[in-house]
Design a protein. Structure first.
Length: 386
Protein backbone atom coordinates (compact mmCIF):
# COMPACT_ATOMS: atom_id res chain seq x y z
CA UNK A 1 0.00 0.00 0.00
CA UNK A 2 2.84 2.36 0.90
CA UNK A 3 4.85 1.65 -2.24
CA UNK A 4 1.82 2.31 -4.44
CA UNK A 5 0.83 5.53 -2.65
CA UNK A 6 0.77 8.96 -4.23
CA UNK A 7 4.28 10.52 -4.33
CA UNK A 8 5.93 7.10 -4.66
CA UNK A 9 7.61 5.76 -7.80
CA UNK A 10 5.19 2.82 -8.18
CA UNK A 11 2.27 4.94 -6.99
CA UNK A 12 2.87 7.32 -9.86
CA UNK A 13 2.42 4.37 -12.22
CA UNK A 14 -0.72 2.97 -10.57
CA UNK A 15 -2.45 4.10 -7.38
CA UNK A 16 -5.22 1.58 -8.01
CA UNK A 17 -2.92 -1.22 -6.85
CA UNK A 18 -2.33 0.74 -3.65
CA UNK A 19 -6.09 1.10 -3.27
CA UNK A 20 -6.49 -2.68 -3.58
CA UNK A 21 -3.86 -3.31 -0.92
CA UNK A 22 -5.46 -0.70 1.33
CA UNK A 23 -8.81 -2.47 1.09
CA UNK A 24 -7.05 -5.80 1.74
CA UNK A 25 -5.56 -4.34 4.93
CA UNK A 26 -9.04 -3.48 6.18
CA UNK A 27 -10.54 -6.83 5.17
CA UNK A 28 -7.80 -8.67 7.06
CA UNK A 29 -8.45 -6.52 10.14
CA UNK A 30 -12.23 -6.55 10.33
CA UNK A 31 -12.20 -6.35 14.14
CA UNK A 32 -10.71 -2.83 13.79
CA UNK A 33 -9.28 -2.71 17.31
CA UNK A 34 -7.87 0.81 17.15
CA UNK A 35 -6.40 2.13 20.39
CA UNK A 36 -7.77 5.32 21.85
CA UNK A 37 -4.72 7.49 21.12
CA UNK A 38 -4.78 6.35 17.50
CA UNK A 39 -8.47 7.27 17.24
CA UNK A 40 -7.65 10.84 18.32
CA UNK A 41 -4.88 11.00 15.72
CA UNK A 42 -7.17 9.51 13.08
CA UNK A 43 -9.86 12.09 13.89
CA UNK A 44 -7.28 14.87 13.52
CA UNK A 45 -6.33 13.52 10.10
CA UNK A 46 -9.95 13.26 9.02
CA UNK A 47 -10.60 16.84 10.16
CA UNK A 48 -7.84 18.15 7.88
CA UNK A 49 -8.84 15.87 5.00
CA UNK A 50 -12.51 16.87 5.18
CA UNK A 51 -11.62 20.55 5.40
CA UNK A 52 -9.53 20.23 2.22
CA UNK A 53 -12.35 18.36 0.47
CA UNK A 54 -14.92 21.05 1.34
CA UNK A 55 -12.43 23.82 0.50
CA UNK A 56 -11.72 22.28 -2.89
CA UNK A 57 -15.36 21.69 -3.75
CA UNK A 58 -16.61 25.12 -2.62
CA UNK A 59 -13.93 26.91 -4.64
CA UNK A 60 -15.36 25.47 -7.89
CA UNK A 61 -12.35 23.32 -8.94
CA UNK A 62 -13.92 22.53 -12.32
CA UNK A 63 -11.87 19.84 -14.06
CA UNK A 64 -9.98 19.21 -10.80
CA UNK A 65 -13.09 17.95 -8.96
CA UNK A 66 -12.15 14.35 -9.71
CA UNK A 67 -8.61 14.90 -8.39
CA UNK A 68 -9.85 16.50 -5.14
CA UNK A 69 -12.26 13.63 -4.46
CA UNK A 70 -9.64 11.05 -5.40
CA UNK A 71 -7.08 12.52 -3.00
CA UNK A 72 -9.68 12.52 -0.21
CA UNK A 73 -10.56 8.84 -0.77
CA UNK A 74 -6.91 7.75 -0.67
CA UNK A 75 -6.26 9.91 2.40
CA UNK A 76 -9.14 8.37 4.36
CA UNK A 77 -8.65 4.77 3.24
CA UNK A 78 -4.88 4.65 3.73
CA UNK A 79 -4.82 6.34 7.14
CA UNK A 80 -7.73 4.18 8.33
CA UNK A 81 -5.83 1.08 7.17
CA UNK A 82 -2.64 2.32 8.88
CA UNK A 83 -4.47 2.88 12.18
CA UNK A 84 -5.96 -0.62 12.02
CA UNK A 85 -2.89 -2.54 10.85
CA UNK A 86 -0.01 -0.75 12.57
CA UNK A 87 -1.77 -1.12 15.91
CA UNK A 88 -0.65 -4.76 15.80
CA UNK A 89 2.94 -4.61 17.03
CA UNK A 90 4.05 -7.80 15.29
CA UNK A 91 2.66 -6.55 11.96
CA UNK A 92 4.20 -3.10 12.49
CA UNK A 93 7.64 -4.63 13.08
CA UNK A 94 7.30 -6.89 10.05
CA UNK A 95 6.33 -3.84 7.98
CA UNK A 96 9.32 -1.86 9.27
CA UNK A 97 11.76 -4.70 8.65
CA UNK A 98 10.49 -5.32 5.12
CA UNK A 99 10.53 -1.64 4.16
CA UNK A 100 14.07 -1.31 5.54
CA UNK A 101 15.21 -4.34 3.53
CA UNK A 102 13.71 -2.79 0.36
CA UNK A 103 15.54 0.48 1.03
CA UNK A 104 18.86 -1.31 1.66
CA UNK A 105 18.38 -3.39 -1.50
CA UNK A 106 18.00 -0.13 -3.48
CA UNK A 107 21.22 1.17 -1.90
CA UNK A 108 23.18 -2.00 -2.70
CA UNK A 109 21.89 -1.94 -6.28
CA UNK A 110 23.02 1.69 -6.60
CA UNK A 111 26.48 0.92 -5.19
CA UNK A 112 26.91 -1.87 -7.74
CA UNK A 113 25.74 0.47 -10.52
CA UNK A 114 28.09 3.18 -9.27
CA UNK A 115 31.08 0.82 -9.31
CA UNK A 116 30.24 -0.38 -12.83
CA UNK A 117 29.38 3.09 -14.11
CA UNK A 118 32.63 4.64 -12.90
CA UNK A 119 34.73 1.82 -14.38
CA UNK A 120 33.12 0.77 -17.66
CA UNK A 121 30.82 3.77 -18.20
CA UNK A 122 27.23 4.59 -17.34
CA UNK A 123 26.02 4.32 -20.93
CA UNK A 124 27.22 0.72 -21.16
CA UNK A 125 25.20 -0.42 -18.13
CA UNK A 126 21.98 1.43 -18.98
CA UNK A 127 19.10 -1.05 -19.21
CA UNK A 128 16.21 1.16 -20.34
CA UNK A 129 14.37 4.44 -19.75
CA UNK A 130 11.53 4.19 -17.23
CA UNK A 131 8.51 6.37 -17.97
CA UNK A 132 6.62 6.39 -14.68
CA UNK A 133 4.07 9.00 -15.74
CA UNK A 134 5.95 11.93 -14.25
CA UNK A 135 7.71 15.00 -15.56
CA UNK A 136 10.94 12.99 -15.67
CA UNK A 137 11.84 9.75 -17.47
CA UNK A 138 14.29 7.76 -15.35
CA UNK A 139 17.36 5.94 -16.73
CA UNK A 140 17.59 2.47 -15.14
CA UNK A 141 21.08 0.99 -14.73
CA UNK A 142 22.35 -2.54 -14.12
CA UNK A 143 21.47 -4.41 -11.90
CA UNK A 144 18.22 -2.43 -11.42
CA UNK A 145 18.83 1.15 -10.33
CA UNK A 146 16.41 3.90 -11.38
CA UNK A 147 18.01 7.35 -11.13
CA UNK A 148 16.79 10.95 -11.06
CA UNK A 149 19.14 13.40 -12.72
CA UNK A 150 22.80 13.68 -11.74
CA UNK A 151 25.26 15.96 -9.98
CA UNK A 152 28.65 17.17 -11.12
CA UNK A 153 31.45 16.56 -8.65
CA UNK A 154 34.86 17.61 -9.92
CA UNK A 155 34.93 16.22 -13.48
CA UNK A 156 32.53 13.35 -12.78
CA UNK A 157 28.80 13.11 -13.32
CA UNK A 158 27.10 11.02 -10.66
CA UNK A 159 23.46 9.92 -11.12
CA UNK A 160 21.17 10.37 -8.10
CA UNK A 161 19.50 7.24 -6.73
CA UNK A 162 15.73 7.45 -7.13
CA UNK A 163 14.89 4.47 -4.89
CA UNK A 164 11.16 4.18 -3.94
CA UNK A 165 10.03 7.81 -4.21
CA UNK A 166 9.03 9.65 -7.37
CA UNK A 167 11.81 12.18 -6.57
CA UNK A 168 15.05 11.91 -4.61
CA UNK A 169 13.78 14.56 -2.20
CA UNK A 170 10.96 12.19 -1.29
CA UNK A 171 13.02 8.99 -1.05
CA UNK A 172 15.37 10.49 1.53
CA UNK A 173 12.48 10.78 4.03
CA UNK A 174 12.10 6.99 4.21
CA UNK A 175 15.81 6.35 4.63
CA UNK A 176 15.94 8.79 7.54
CA UNK A 177 12.84 7.25 9.14
CA UNK A 178 14.29 3.72 8.82
CA UNK A 179 17.70 4.86 10.14
CA UNK A 180 16.29 6.11 13.43
CA UNK A 181 13.90 3.16 13.82
CA UNK A 182 16.38 0.42 12.92
CA UNK A 183 16.80 -0.51 16.59
CA UNK A 184 13.12 -1.43 16.80
CA UNK A 185 13.35 -3.89 13.92
CA UNK A 186 16.81 -5.48 14.09
CA UNK A 187 18.97 -6.93 16.88
CA UNK A 188 22.18 -5.84 15.20
CA UNK A 189 21.75 -2.39 13.70
CA UNK A 190 25.25 -1.17 12.94
CA UNK A 191 25.54 -2.27 9.32
CA UNK A 192 21.83 -1.74 8.72
CA UNK A 193 22.22 1.90 9.75
CA UNK A 194 25.41 2.28 7.71
CA UNK A 195 23.60 1.18 4.53
CA UNK A 196 20.65 3.45 5.34
CA UNK A 197 22.99 6.40 5.93
CA UNK A 198 24.70 5.64 2.62
CA UNK A 199 21.22 5.56 1.08
CA UNK A 200 20.54 9.12 2.25
CA UNK A 201 23.72 10.24 0.47
CA UNK A 202 23.02 8.19 -2.66
CA UNK A 203 19.78 10.15 -3.06
CA UNK A 204 22.00 13.26 -3.24
CA UNK A 205 19.17 15.48 -2.04
CA UNK A 206 20.54 18.71 -0.54
CA UNK A 207 17.44 19.01 1.66
CA UNK A 208 17.80 15.41 2.81
CA UNK A 209 21.48 15.85 3.65
CA UNK A 210 20.84 19.00 5.70
CA UNK A 211 17.98 17.36 7.63
CA UNK A 212 19.93 14.14 8.23
CA UNK A 213 23.01 15.95 9.52
CA UNK A 214 20.86 18.13 11.80
CA UNK A 215 19.07 15.07 13.19
CA UNK A 216 22.36 13.22 13.79
CA UNK A 217 23.57 16.19 15.83
CA UNK A 218 20.23 16.34 17.67
CA UNK A 219 20.43 12.61 18.42
CA UNK A 220 23.90 12.90 19.93
CA UNK A 221 23.12 16.04 21.94
CA UNK A 222 19.95 14.54 23.43
CA UNK A 223 21.34 11.03 23.88
CA UNK A 224 24.56 11.44 25.83
CA UNK A 225 25.24 8.41 28.00
CA UNK A 226 26.34 8.56 31.59
CA UNK A 227 30.09 8.82 32.16
CA UNK A 228 29.92 5.51 34.01
CA UNK A 229 28.70 3.67 30.90
CA UNK A 230 31.40 1.55 29.35
CA UNK A 231 32.25 1.89 25.68
CA UNK A 232 34.10 -1.00 24.07
CA UNK A 233 37.01 0.01 21.79
CA UNK A 234 35.42 -1.74 18.81
CA UNK A 235 32.32 0.40 19.31
CA UNK A 236 34.27 3.64 18.89
CA UNK A 237 34.05 3.49 15.09
CA UNK A 238 30.26 3.55 15.30
CA UNK A 239 30.34 6.56 17.61
CA UNK A 240 32.77 8.35 15.32
CA UNK A 241 30.85 7.44 12.15
CA UNK A 242 28.09 10.07 12.61
CA UNK A 243 30.79 12.73 13.04
CA UNK A 244 32.44 11.60 9.80
CA UNK A 245 29.05 11.69 8.08
CA UNK A 246 28.57 15.28 9.26
CA UNK A 247 32.00 16.31 7.97
CA UNK A 248 31.45 14.57 4.64
CA UNK A 249 28.00 16.12 4.24
CA UNK A 250 29.36 19.61 4.89
CA UNK A 251 32.13 18.97 2.36
CA UNK A 252 29.61 17.85 -0.27
CA UNK A 253 27.31 20.77 0.38
CA UNK A 254 30.14 23.31 0.10
CA UNK A 255 32.20 21.73 -2.67
CA UNK A 256 29.82 19.46 -4.53
CA UNK A 257 29.69 21.24 -7.88
CA UNK A 258 26.03 21.53 -8.89
CA UNK A 259 25.11 19.99 -5.52
CA UNK A 260 26.65 22.89 -3.59
CA UNK A 261 24.39 25.09 -1.51
CA UNK A 262 24.90 28.12 -3.74
CA UNK A 263 24.01 26.19 -6.90
CA UNK A 264 21.01 24.46 -5.32
CA UNK A 265 19.85 27.88 -4.12
CA UNK A 266 19.89 29.12 -7.70
CA UNK A 267 17.96 26.07 -8.94
CA UNK A 268 15.65 24.50 -6.36
CA UNK A 269 15.41 27.11 -3.66
CA UNK A 270 14.88 30.03 -6.00
CA UNK A 271 11.81 28.22 -7.36
CA UNK A 272 10.52 27.70 -3.83
CA UNK A 273 11.14 31.32 -2.84
CA UNK A 274 9.06 32.43 -5.82
CA UNK A 275 6.35 29.95 -4.83
CA UNK A 276 6.35 31.21 -1.22
CA UNK A 277 6.10 34.81 -2.40
CA UNK A 278 3.18 33.90 -4.68
CA UNK A 279 1.55 32.00 -1.79
CA UNK A 280 1.78 35.10 0.37
CA UNK A 281 0.09 37.20 -2.28
CA UNK A 282 -2.74 34.65 -2.48
CA UNK A 283 -2.85 34.31 1.31
CA UNK A 284 -3.55 37.97 1.98
CA UNK A 285 -6.63 37.78 -0.27
CA UNK A 286 -8.31 35.33 2.12
CA UNK A 287 -6.07 34.57 5.13
CA UNK A 288 -8.63 32.47 7.01
CA UNK A 289 -9.75 29.88 4.44
CA UNK A 290 -7.53 30.53 1.41
CA UNK A 291 -8.51 30.42 -2.25
CA UNK A 292 -9.39 26.70 -2.26
CA UNK A 293 -7.61 23.35 -1.94
CA UNK A 294 -5.85 22.25 -5.15
CA UNK A 295 -6.79 25.46 -6.95
CA UNK A 296 -5.48 25.50 -10.51
CA UNK A 297 -2.60 27.98 -10.89
CA UNK A 298 -1.41 26.62 -14.22
CA UNK A 299 -1.91 30.02 -15.83
CA UNK A 300 1.02 31.34 -13.76
CA UNK A 301 4.69 30.50 -14.27
CA UNK A 302 5.13 29.78 -10.54
CA UNK A 303 4.98 26.25 -9.08
CA UNK A 304 2.44 27.34 -6.50
CA UNK A 305 2.02 23.95 -4.79
CA UNK A 306 5.69 22.99 -4.61
CA UNK A 307 5.50 22.63 -0.80
CA UNK A 308 2.87 22.94 1.90
CA UNK A 309 3.94 26.45 2.94
CA UNK A 310 3.58 27.51 -0.68
CA UNK A 311 0.04 26.08 -0.58
CA UNK A 312 -1.04 28.13 2.43
CA UNK A 313 -2.67 30.59 0.06
CA UNK A 314 -4.92 27.70 -1.00
CA UNK A 315 -5.84 26.26 2.42
CA UNK A 316 -5.51 29.37 4.63
CA UNK A 317 -4.75 29.60 8.34
CA UNK A 318 -7.47 27.08 9.19
CA UNK A 319 -5.94 24.45 6.90
CA UNK A 320 -2.45 25.16 8.23
CA UNK A 321 -3.56 24.78 11.86
CA UNK A 322 -5.43 21.56 11.11
CA UNK A 323 -2.34 20.13 9.38
CA UNK A 324 0.05 21.06 12.20
CA UNK A 325 -2.44 19.64 14.70
CA UNK A 326 -2.00 16.21 13.09
CA UNK A 327 1.70 16.20 13.98
CA UNK A 328 0.98 17.65 17.41
CA UNK A 329 -1.49 14.85 18.17
CA UNK A 330 0.97 12.27 16.82
CA UNK A 331 3.69 13.68 19.09
CA UNK A 332 1.38 13.53 22.11
CA UNK A 333 0.46 9.95 21.18
CA UNK A 334 4.11 8.83 21.05
CA UNK A 335 5.57 7.48 24.28
CA UNK A 336 9.13 8.24 23.19
CA UNK A 337 8.94 11.85 22.00
CA UNK A 338 12.63 11.95 21.06
CA UNK A 339 12.30 8.90 18.80
CA UNK A 340 9.19 10.37 17.18
CA UNK A 341 10.97 13.64 16.38
CA UNK A 342 14.02 11.86 14.94
CA UNK A 343 11.88 9.62 12.74
CA UNK A 344 9.30 12.11 11.52
CA UNK A 345 11.16 15.42 11.38
CA UNK A 346 12.22 14.73 7.80
CA UNK A 347 8.61 14.05 6.75
CA UNK A 348 7.41 17.32 8.31
CA UNK A 349 10.28 19.59 7.22
CA UNK A 350 10.30 18.20 3.68
CA UNK A 351 6.53 18.62 3.44
CA UNK A 352 6.57 22.19 4.74
CA UNK A 353 9.54 23.46 2.73
CA UNK A 354 10.50 21.20 -0.14
CA UNK A 355 7.92 18.74 -1.54
CA UNK A 356 4.13 18.76 -2.08
CA UNK A 357 3.71 15.44 -0.26
CA UNK A 358 0.98 16.65 2.09
CA UNK A 359 -1.49 15.57 -0.61
CA UNK A 360 -0.16 12.00 -0.27
CA UNK A 361 -1.40 9.66 2.45
CA UNK A 362 2.08 8.21 2.82
CA UNK A 363 3.39 10.84 5.27
CA UNK A 364 0.40 10.28 7.58
CA UNK A 365 0.77 6.49 7.56
CA UNK A 366 4.07 6.62 9.43
CA UNK A 367 2.53 8.67 12.25
CA UNK A 368 0.61 5.56 13.33
CA UNK A 369 3.77 3.54 13.91
CA UNK A 370 4.89 2.50 17.39
CA UNK A 371 7.19 5.08 18.97
CA UNK A 372 7.36 3.51 22.41
CA UNK A 373 10.39 3.31 24.68
CA UNK A 374 10.01 -0.46 24.92
CA UNK A 375 9.88 -0.95 21.17
CA UNK A 376 13.66 -1.33 20.82
CA UNK A 377 14.70 -4.97 20.35
CA UNK A 378 17.86 -4.48 22.41
CA UNK A 379 15.94 -2.84 25.25
CA UNK A 380 13.44 -5.69 25.39
CA UNK A 381 16.19 -8.31 25.44
CA UNK A 382 18.06 -6.52 28.23
CA UNK A 383 14.89 -6.34 30.34
CA UNK A 384 14.21 -10.04 29.77
CA UNK A 385 17.80 -10.91 30.76
CA UNK A 386 17.58 -8.84 33.94
Amino acid sequence: MVLFSRAMLLGNISQIIGLAFGLACLVLNLDLKIERKSIVLLASCFAFFTYCLVSGMVSDPGDRTKLVVQIYIYWVLFTFAAAAVLGRKNVEKSFGRLLTVVLIACTISYLISFALGMTIGWDRIKLFMLDYKYTYISPVYLPFTPTYGDITFSSFKIPRMLSIGREVGISQMFYIWAYFRAGDFFKKTRFVKIFLAIGVFCCLSATGLVIFVALLVFEKITGFKKVSDKIRPRDLVFYILPVLIVVFAVFLLMRGGNLSLSTRMDISYSERSKAFDFAYQEFIKDPLFGSGFMKDYSSTEVQAGIAFLSSIGSVGIVGFILFINIYLQALLRAEDKRKFILCNASFLITTLLAQPVYTSAVIYIFLFCDYSKTGNVKTVLKKLES
